[in-house]
Design a protein around this ligand. Structure first.
Ligand code: NAP
Length: 232
Protein backbone atom coordinates (compact mmCIF):
# COMPACT_ATOMS: atom_id res chain seq x y z
CA UNK A 1 0.00 0.00 0.00
CA UNK A 2 1.42 3.41 -0.95
CA UNK A 3 1.85 6.02 1.74
CA UNK A 4 0.87 9.65 1.35
CA UNK A 5 1.70 12.42 3.80
CA UNK A 6 -0.48 15.52 3.65
CA UNK A 7 0.41 18.62 5.66
CA UNK A 8 -2.49 20.72 6.94
CA UNK A 9 -4.89 17.79 6.63
CA UNK A 10 -7.25 18.67 9.47
CA UNK A 11 -9.28 21.32 7.64
CA UNK A 12 -10.10 22.86 4.26
CA UNK A 13 -8.21 21.71 1.17
CA UNK A 14 -5.97 19.33 3.10
CA UNK A 15 -8.96 17.60 4.66
CA UNK A 16 -10.48 17.06 1.20
CA UNK A 17 -7.16 15.56 0.08
CA UNK A 18 -7.05 13.23 3.10
CA UNK A 19 -10.60 12.07 2.29
CA UNK A 20 -9.78 11.52 -1.39
CA UNK A 21 -6.52 9.59 -0.88
CA UNK A 22 -7.87 7.54 2.04
CA UNK A 23 -10.92 6.70 -0.10
CA UNK A 24 -8.59 5.39 -2.82
CA UNK A 25 -6.93 2.98 -0.41
CA UNK A 26 -3.72 4.91 0.28
CA UNK A 27 -2.23 4.80 3.76
CA UNK A 28 -2.60 8.44 4.78
CA UNK A 29 -0.75 10.40 7.47
CA UNK A 30 -1.59 14.04 7.96
CA UNK A 31 0.09 16.82 9.90
CA UNK A 32 -1.77 19.66 11.58
CA UNK A 33 -0.75 22.47 13.87
CA UNK A 34 -3.11 22.75 16.83
CA UNK A 35 -6.76 21.99 16.10
CA UNK A 36 -7.06 18.58 17.83
CA UNK A 37 -10.86 18.16 17.55
CA UNK A 38 -10.81 18.83 13.78
CA UNK A 39 -7.92 16.38 13.32
CA UNK A 40 -9.59 13.69 15.43
CA UNK A 41 -12.78 14.11 13.42
CA UNK A 42 -10.96 13.63 10.08
CA UNK A 43 -9.04 10.65 11.47
CA UNK A 44 -12.23 8.99 12.72
CA UNK A 45 -14.04 9.42 9.41
CA UNK A 46 -11.17 8.42 7.10
CA UNK A 47 -8.90 6.07 9.02
CA UNK A 48 -5.97 8.40 8.33
CA UNK A 49 -3.34 8.95 11.04
CA UNK A 50 -3.08 12.49 12.46
CA UNK A 51 0.22 13.88 13.73
CA UNK A 52 0.27 17.19 15.57
CA UNK A 53 3.34 18.97 14.19
CA UNK A 54 4.21 22.56 13.26
CA UNK A 55 5.76 22.33 9.79
CA UNK A 56 7.94 25.35 10.61
CA UNK A 57 9.66 23.39 13.40
CA UNK A 58 12.37 21.29 11.74
CA UNK A 59 12.96 19.05 14.77
CA UNK A 60 9.24 18.30 15.08
CA UNK A 61 8.98 17.55 11.34
CA UNK A 62 11.97 15.18 11.51
CA UNK A 63 10.39 13.36 14.44
CA UNK A 64 7.04 13.11 12.61
CA UNK A 65 8.65 11.58 9.50
CA UNK A 66 10.67 9.14 11.63
CA UNK A 67 7.35 7.96 13.02
CA UNK A 68 5.79 7.73 9.53
CA UNK A 69 8.62 5.74 7.92
CA UNK A 70 8.48 5.07 4.18
CA UNK A 71 6.78 7.78 2.06
CA UNK A 72 5.58 7.59 -1.57
CA UNK A 73 3.73 10.90 -1.96
CA UNK A 74 4.19 14.16 -0.07
CA UNK A 75 1.60 16.92 -0.33
CA UNK A 76 2.85 20.20 1.15
CA UNK A 77 -0.46 21.91 1.73
CA UNK A 78 -0.15 23.59 5.17
CA UNK A 79 -0.26 27.34 4.85
CA UNK A 80 -1.33 30.54 6.55
CA UNK A 81 -2.29 33.96 5.22
CA UNK A 82 -2.06 37.57 6.37
CA UNK A 83 -4.37 40.30 5.15
CA UNK A 84 -3.39 43.98 5.45
CA UNK A 85 -1.06 46.65 4.15
CA UNK A 86 2.57 45.54 4.14
CA UNK A 87 3.69 48.61 6.14
CA UNK A 88 1.34 47.63 8.96
CA UNK A 89 2.42 43.99 9.02
CA UNK A 90 4.37 43.18 12.20
CA UNK A 91 7.82 41.74 11.52
CA UNK A 92 6.98 38.63 13.54
CA UNK A 93 4.03 37.94 11.23
CA UNK A 94 6.26 38.39 8.17
CA UNK A 95 8.73 35.87 9.60
CA UNK A 96 6.01 33.43 10.59
CA UNK A 97 4.30 33.35 7.18
CA UNK A 98 7.62 32.56 5.48
CA UNK A 99 8.45 30.00 8.18
CA UNK A 100 5.20 28.11 7.60
CA UNK A 101 4.58 28.58 3.86
CA UNK A 102 8.16 28.26 2.58
CA UNK A 103 10.45 26.81 5.25
CA UNK A 104 7.69 24.32 6.07
CA UNK A 105 8.17 22.85 2.59
CA UNK A 106 11.96 22.76 3.02
CA UNK A 107 11.49 20.89 6.31
CA UNK A 108 8.99 18.35 4.94
CA UNK A 109 10.76 17.70 1.64
CA UNK A 110 14.09 17.17 3.41
CA UNK A 111 12.45 14.81 5.89
CA UNK A 112 10.83 12.76 3.10
CA UNK A 113 13.83 12.76 0.75
CA UNK A 114 15.81 9.85 2.25
CA UNK A 115 12.80 7.63 1.63
CA UNK A 116 12.37 8.89 -1.97
CA UNK A 117 16.09 8.63 -2.75
CA UNK A 118 16.33 5.10 -1.41
CA UNK A 119 13.60 4.01 -3.84
CA UNK A 120 14.66 6.44 -6.63
CA UNK A 121 10.97 7.25 -6.80
CA UNK A 122 8.62 9.77 -5.23
CA UNK A 123 6.07 12.46 -5.87
CA UNK A 124 5.79 15.86 -4.24
CA UNK A 125 2.86 18.25 -4.67
CA UNK A 126 3.24 21.78 -3.34
CA UNK A 127 0.45 24.31 -2.85
CA UNK A 128 0.86 27.84 -4.15
CA UNK A 129 -1.97 30.24 -4.99
CA UNK A 130 -3.06 32.31 -7.95
CA UNK A 131 -1.69 35.23 -5.90
CA UNK A 132 1.74 33.64 -6.12
CA UNK A 133 1.46 34.03 -9.89
CA UNK A 134 -0.09 37.48 -10.20
CA UNK A 135 0.25 39.12 -6.73
CA UNK A 136 -2.55 40.43 -4.53
CA UNK A 137 -2.88 43.88 -2.98
CA UNK A 138 -2.95 43.66 0.83
CA UNK A 139 -1.50 40.14 0.64
CA UNK A 140 2.10 41.05 -0.23
CA UNK A 141 3.76 38.60 2.13
CA UNK A 142 1.34 35.80 1.26
CA UNK A 143 1.86 36.44 -2.48
CA UNK A 144 5.64 36.46 -1.97
CA UNK A 145 5.59 33.12 -0.14
CA UNK A 146 3.39 31.57 -2.81
CA UNK A 147 5.62 32.91 -5.58
CA UNK A 148 8.53 31.30 -3.76
CA UNK A 149 6.62 28.00 -3.71
CA UNK A 150 6.35 28.07 -7.52
CA UNK A 151 10.08 28.78 -7.98
CA UNK A 152 10.96 26.12 -5.40
CA UNK A 153 8.76 23.58 -7.19
CA UNK A 154 10.39 24.20 -10.58
CA UNK A 155 13.92 24.19 -9.13
CA UNK A 156 13.31 20.94 -7.23
CA UNK A 157 11.70 19.33 -10.29
CA UNK A 158 14.98 19.91 -12.16
CA UNK A 159 17.15 18.90 -9.20
CA UNK A 160 15.26 15.74 -8.23
CA UNK A 161 14.01 14.54 -11.63
CA UNK A 162 17.18 12.52 -12.30
CA UNK A 163 16.51 10.67 -9.01
CA UNK A 164 13.02 9.67 -10.17
CA UNK A 165 11.28 12.22 -7.97
CA UNK A 166 8.56 14.42 -9.48
CA UNK A 167 7.66 17.83 -8.05
CA UNK A 168 4.49 19.66 -9.09
CA UNK A 169 2.35 22.46 -7.75
CA UNK A 170 -1.32 23.43 -7.55
CA UNK A 171 -2.23 27.11 -7.67
CA UNK A 172 -5.76 27.44 -6.28
CA UNK A 173 -7.98 30.48 -6.74
CA UNK A 174 -10.65 31.41 -4.20
CA UNK A 175 -11.56 28.22 -2.35
CA UNK A 176 -14.29 28.03 0.27
CA UNK A 177 -12.39 27.17 3.45
CA UNK A 178 -11.73 28.73 6.87
CA UNK A 179 -8.95 30.76 5.23
CA UNK A 180 -11.61 32.83 3.46
CA UNK A 181 -13.81 33.14 6.56
CA UNK A 182 -12.59 36.69 7.26
CA UNK A 183 -13.64 37.88 3.79
CA UNK A 184 -17.13 39.47 3.87
CA UNK A 185 -19.94 37.69 1.97
CA UNK A 186 -20.36 40.53 -0.59
CA UNK A 187 -16.70 40.30 -1.57
CA UNK A 188 -16.96 36.51 -1.86
CA UNK A 189 -19.95 36.92 -4.20
CA UNK A 190 -18.05 39.51 -6.23
CA UNK A 191 -15.08 37.13 -6.54
CA UNK A 192 -17.42 34.38 -7.76
CA UNK A 193 -18.91 36.77 -10.37
CA UNK A 194 -15.39 37.70 -11.55
CA UNK A 195 -14.55 34.02 -12.05
CA UNK A 196 -15.17 32.81 -15.62
CA UNK A 197 -16.68 29.56 -14.32
CA UNK A 198 -19.06 31.62 -12.17
CA UNK A 199 -18.37 30.27 -8.71
CA UNK A 200 -15.76 30.03 -5.99
CA UNK A 201 -13.87 26.76 -5.65
CA UNK A 202 -14.48 23.86 -3.30
CA UNK A 203 -11.72 22.01 -1.44
CA UNK A 204 -12.57 18.91 -3.49
CA UNK A 205 -11.73 20.79 -6.71
CA UNK A 206 -8.16 21.23 -5.47
CA UNK A 207 -7.90 17.69 -4.07
CA UNK A 208 -8.67 16.28 -7.54
CA UNK A 209 -5.85 18.33 -9.05
CA UNK A 210 -3.50 17.09 -6.29
CA UNK A 211 -4.50 13.52 -7.10
CA UNK A 212 -3.71 14.03 -10.79
CA UNK A 213 -0.29 15.56 -10.12
CA UNK A 214 0.57 13.02 -7.44
CA UNK A 215 -0.03 10.14 -9.84
CA UNK A 216 0.87 11.52 -13.31
CA UNK A 217 4.04 9.55 -14.09
CA UNK A 218 5.52 11.84 -16.79
CA UNK A 219 4.56 15.24 -15.37
CA UNK A 220 7.01 17.32 -13.36
CA UNK A 221 7.66 21.02 -12.75
CA UNK A 222 4.04 21.81 -13.60
CA UNK A 223 1.92 24.51 -11.95
CA UNK A 224 -1.74 23.58 -12.28
CA UNK A 225 -4.19 26.45 -11.87
CA UNK A 226 -7.36 25.47 -10.00
CA UNK A 227 -9.08 28.84 -10.06
CA UNK A 228 -12.09 28.58 -12.36
CA UNK A 229 -10.21 30.76 -14.85
CA UNK A 230 -9.84 33.70 -12.45
CA UNK A 231 -6.17 34.37 -13.20
CA UNK A 232 -5.68 33.19 -16.78
P1 NAP B 1 -7.27 26.32 6.21
O1 NAP B 1 -8.68 25.93 5.97
O2 NAP B 1 -6.95 27.51 7.02
O3 NAP B 1 -6.50 25.03 6.80
C1 NAP B 1 -5.14 25.14 7.06
C2 NAP B 1 -4.59 23.79 7.45
O4 NAP B 1 -3.17 23.93 7.61
C3 NAP B 1 -5.11 23.31 8.79
O5 NAP B 1 -5.15 21.90 8.76
C4 NAP B 1 -4.04 23.79 9.78
O6 NAP B 1 -3.96 23.04 10.98
C5 NAP B 1 -2.81 23.57 8.94
N1 NAP B 1 -1.67 24.38 9.37
C6 NAP B 1 -1.57 25.72 9.45
N2 NAP B 1 -0.37 26.09 9.91
C7 NAP B 1 0.31 24.94 10.12
C8 NAP B 1 1.59 24.64 10.63
N3 NAP B 1 2.45 25.61 10.98
N4 NAP B 1 1.97 23.34 10.73
C9 NAP B 1 1.13 22.35 10.38
N5 NAP B 1 -0.11 22.57 9.90
C10 NAP B 1 -0.50 23.84 9.77
O7 NAP B 1 -6.51 26.57 4.81
P2 NAP B 1 -6.89 26.12 3.32
O8 NAP B 1 -7.72 27.20 2.73
O9 NAP B 1 -7.36 24.72 3.29
O10 NAP B 1 -5.44 26.26 2.65
C11 NAP B 1 -4.63 25.14 2.40
C12 NAP B 1 -3.52 25.59 1.46
O11 NAP B 1 -4.09 26.12 0.25
C13 NAP B 1 -2.66 26.72 2.03
O12 NAP B 1 -1.32 26.53 1.65
C14 NAP B 1 -3.22 27.97 1.37
O13 NAP B 1 -2.29 29.00 1.28
C15 NAP B 1 -3.58 27.41 0.00
N6 NAP B 1 -4.58 28.20 -0.71
C16 NAP B 1 -5.83 28.41 -0.19
C17 NAP B 1 -6.74 29.18 -0.91
C18 NAP B 1 -8.13 29.46 -0.41
O14 NAP B 1 -8.84 30.30 -1.03
N7 NAP B 1 -8.61 28.79 0.63
C19 NAP B 1 -6.38 29.73 -2.15
C20 NAP B 1 -5.11 29.49 -2.64
C21 NAP B 1 -4.21 28.72 -1.92
P3 NAP B 1 -4.91 23.38 12.28
O15 NAP B 1 -6.27 22.85 11.93
O16 NAP B 1 -4.27 22.67 13.41
O17 NAP B 1 -4.89 24.87 12.43
Amino acid sequence: MSTVVITGGSRGIGRAAVELFAGKGYQVFFLYEKNDPAAENVARRTGATPIRCDVADSAAVKAAFRRIGDVDILICNAGICFYGLMQSMPEADWDRIFAVNVKGIYNCVNAALPSFLRKQRGSIVTVSSMWGRVGSSCEAAYSATKGAVIALTKALAKELGPSGIRVNCVAPGVILTDMCAQVDPETMEELARETPLGRNGRPEDVAKAMEYLAEAEFVTGHVLNVDGGFAI
